[in-house]
Design a protein around this ligand. Structure first.
Ligand code: HEM
Length: 127
């Protein structure tokens, strides 16, 4: 029990549900929609692979795509502080909807805040 990875604690089913919900919100968010592809199915598939290894589960992303180099892979997109906030808002809403609560949510969300901040590569327009 104490040796469970975050991936095991959340479970594949919940994680997949979270990511699908998350991208349905991203696709409807006015700040995020313009930077993402119209069809988010492949993006969601890659994110499921990535989140698996991010949370201590099987290294599915690396097996298929190599080292994540996340910041480099985000460089083609203008990631502003406002977009990072919007990304995190979609994630909080998705977490609320699947009822991911408690320590595991706090742990996971906090890591996402740090990673999202690290992805920022462009200042806000009117900053
Ligand atoms: C891919 C935006 C944060 C993980 C992408 C793509 C965009 C994007 C536009 C390309 C989608 C595609 O072509 O399919 C953003 C924005 C963020 C953000 C605006 C706000 C900070 C994050 C965070 C993580 C993450 C925090 C991980 C914790 C990924 C992964 C991919 C991806 C794994 C797929 C990379 C690949 O093509 O192999 N993101 N992202 N992103 N993002 Fe983000």
């Amino acid at each position: 029990e104490g040796n469970k990875t975050p991936y095991e604690t959340i479970g594949k089913e919940q994680l997949d549900k979270l990511i699908d919900l998350f991208y349905s919100k991203v696709g409807n968010h006015p700040e995020l929609k313009p930077v993402f592809p119209a069809d988010l199915s492949e993006t969601a598939r890659k994110q499921k692979q990535f989140m698996s290894q991010y949370l201590g589960g099987p290294p599915l992303y690396t097996s298929e795509h190599g080292h994540p180099m996340l910041r480099a892979r985000h460089m083609p997109f203008e990631i502003t502080p406002a977009r990072a906030e919007a990304w995190l808002l979609c994630m909080r809403e998705a977490m609320d909807e699947i009822e991911l609560t408690g320590e595991i949510r706090d742990f996971f969300y906090h890591r996402l805040v740090l990673t999202a901040q690290h992805m920022v590569n462009t200042p806000d327009n009117d900053a």
